[in-house]
Design a binder for this molecule. Sequence first.
Ligand SMILES: [Zn+2]
Length: 329
Amino acid sequence: MTELLPWQAGAWTELVKRHRKAGLPHALLFTGLAGIGKHQLARYTAKWLLCLRDEDQPCGQCHSCHLWEAGSHPDYLLAQPEEGSKQVRIDTVRRVNEFLSQTPQISRCQVVGLRPVEVMNTNAANALLKTLEEPAGESFLLLETERFGSVLPTIRSRCQRFVLETPPEAAALGWLSAQGHAAATAAQALRRNHGAPLRANDWLRADQAGQQQRLLELLVQWSRGAAPLQATADGWSKLELSDVTHWFYGFLSDCIKVSMGVPADTLTFGNEVSLVLGGATPSAAKLIPLHDKVKEILGRLLSGAGHYNKQLLIESLLIEWQALLYDRQ
Ligand SMILES: [Zn+2]
């Protein structure tokens, strides 16, 4: 069933209001953090636009709504990266263009979902521009991005933006509890995932807490010079590189905050910082270059542009981290 998430009622009212007032634009770009439900909202919007009745939500009963729930609506196309890839490629955009060159079969319009719009190579983007500019008949493009700043300006300028806020903590915790997570672990998962409930849910299901604990234990030993590089890097390498980098990035960010006087117990990774550094924090000036480097690597990994030798990369990060520690006095 395509439903709204509990915290999306306000966003939905706003969207319906926009549509009633001036009609939704040909291209609508949903923006907001990963894991807050952009895709759910986009799908609900698609179902609504296709619905044969003119109500303030999809009716759930018409032929269109039935086809939607069966996953076989002929007037809807979801365009996203192929399995194993993170980039929307030109073939995918060509499929969109071809789909939109037809006429609607059941509904009054055609709807295309396109995600993520920030990871698109130049050829794919150029092919999309024409479609954004010259809508073929009655059609809607519902685009999604978690990094608005990385969307090509030529695409951005041709879309209307719809910003989704991170949900209030109480709503997020309530939803996580409904997914079967205990309050304390749900709260921890939410903090680790920037308040994004869907991401926190995935995180808990994948036992990221246990995996991160392992990363931490290895880093403690390594930082004390009590473990060899090879074993530490092997341990870290057991996890997805993007997960390791994401964790290390969060850890380094909090190290910098501690070095500038923020109390560790107020920070997401405060406990980790205290355990690894034991009160002797390197200066921010020393931490920032490594922090920025990890941030850049993470950005490349998330955009699908990063191709790294996992073991070598982890070893080099660990070596840089240790050099920074030996240099702190
Ligand atoms: Zn309907």
